[in-house]
Design a protein around this ligand. Structure first.
Ligand code: NAI
Ligand code: MG
Length: 340
């Protein structure tokens, strides 16, 4: 069998960090089957040239998995453009975004060790927005937020399954149902109901605002956190600050039969093209992706090699206080090979 892995560098630092992820996978040698990499297009730059952010060919090309770097979405509306990763998650029904945030320390005991499980298909990201006028002719912008019992239950199941497999077996439901009692209320109730099937997992809940406070004050309170789409997006970037940089936090977009590995960070236009982006988030995303495909040994080998590099702290990129370039980073293929 040949493992077909799609690569979508999309925009910005993607062209720097996705090749690093590829190198790490290549360094695994015979730990995984023979691998074929397929370059696929998507993103804002592609849109500017071809008028489409996610070409049909990318959607139709059959692969076993994809490693993706985020596209640059403009902050103002651009006619015809829509975020390609949001579209891809929807098209492939990748309903769970799993984002582990782990701080490596020399003692071997992680300083922070939690997982944000983000619902990936609905909430405010259904992008149903409209502009109206009030009776005085002033503009009124409205957005629809969709929370369904089905999507809340299935993200709940995914989160409980993850929590049950971790030593602490603890899950915190993140919501704001004191204010949004219907939408967040449905999310909370649905996940609570799923909890009945997981008696070994301890369940807690926390309002999203105080959850951010607690995350900074006392991150060890949390083990697995499950949240609607927008809260999960914000919480995982916040949690990244606890481990030094967005450049080290990976994720997978998981459905029932497909995964896409994706760093939590975006296209980082402020450092793009300068050869200083941290490739670890993408390398760890590749490891998570391989784990989801059943290659646990391969995932562990990559993760151990990355941890070693972080502990040694001799070849860190500037986001972690070092001077190394993306290319110099020893956590690229060759170094991983020697660490395995
Ligand atoms: P960002 O995550 O790209 O960058 C935030 C900060 O973290 C920047 O200072 C950046 O230099 C730094 N950073 C991020 N990744 C890094 C890495 N690997 N190594 C070192 N430093 C790193 O978020 P920002 O600036 O808010 O967004 C930039 C673009 O990315 C936007 O156009 C946005 O739409 C897009 N984006 C797309 C996402 C997606 O498609 N899922 C997710 C997040 C952002
Ligand atoms: Mg984000």
């Amino acid at each position: 069998k040949t493992l077909r892995i799609g690569l979508i560098p999309a925009d910005g630092i993607g062209r720097e960090v996705i090749p690093a992820a590829r190198q790490a996978i290549e360094a695994l040698g015979s730990t995984i089957p023979k691998t074929e990499f397929i370059d696929l297009d998507a993103g804002f730059e592609y849109f500017q040239k071809h008028g489409k952010a996610l070409p049909e060919e990318t959607l139709q090309t059959k692969t076993d998995t994809i490693t993706w770097n985020n596209g640059s979405s403009p902050s103002t509306k651009v006619a015809g453009y829509s975020s390609p990763i949001v579209a891809l998650r929807k098209a492939m029904d990748l309903y769970a975004n799993i984002r582990p945030v782990v701080g490596v320390s020399a003692s071997g005991k992680p300083s922070v060790d939690l997982v944000v499980v983000r619902e990936n298909t609905e909430c405010l990201y259904v992008k149903q927005e409209k502009l109206e006028k009030d009776s005085n002719g002033k503009q009124v912008a409205k957005a629809t937020r969709v929370i369904t019992e089905n999507a809340s239950r299935r993200i709940g199941e995914m989160a409980f399954k993850l929590a049950a497999a971790r030593p602490r077996k603890h899950l915190t439901i993140i919501h704001k149902s004191n204010v949004l009692s219907i939408t967040d209320g449905l999310f909370r109730e649905s996940v609570r109901d799923v909890s009945k099937g997981w008696p070994d997992v301890q369940v807690a809940e926390q309002l999203v605002d105080s959850a951010v406070y607690k995350l900074f004050r006392e991150p060890s309170v949390f083990d697995v956190m499950v949240a609607p789409n927008l809260y999960g997006d914000i919480l995982s970037d916040a949690a990244a600050a606890l481990v030094g940089s967005l450049g080290v936090v990976p994720s997978v977009n998981a459905g029932d039969d497909f995964v896409i590995g994706e760093p939590v960070h975006g296209s980082a236009p402020d450092i793009a093209g300068q050869n200083k982006a941290n490739p670890i988030a993408s390398i760890r995303s590749a490891a998570m992706m391989l784990r989801h495909l059943g290659y646990e040994d391969a995932a562990l080998r990559i993760e151990k090699a990355v941890d070693t590099v972080l502990i040694e702290a001799t070849t860190l990129t500037p986001d972690l206080g070092g001077k190394a370039t993306t290319q110099q980073c020893k956590y690229q293929g060759e170094r991983i090979e020697t660490l395995l």
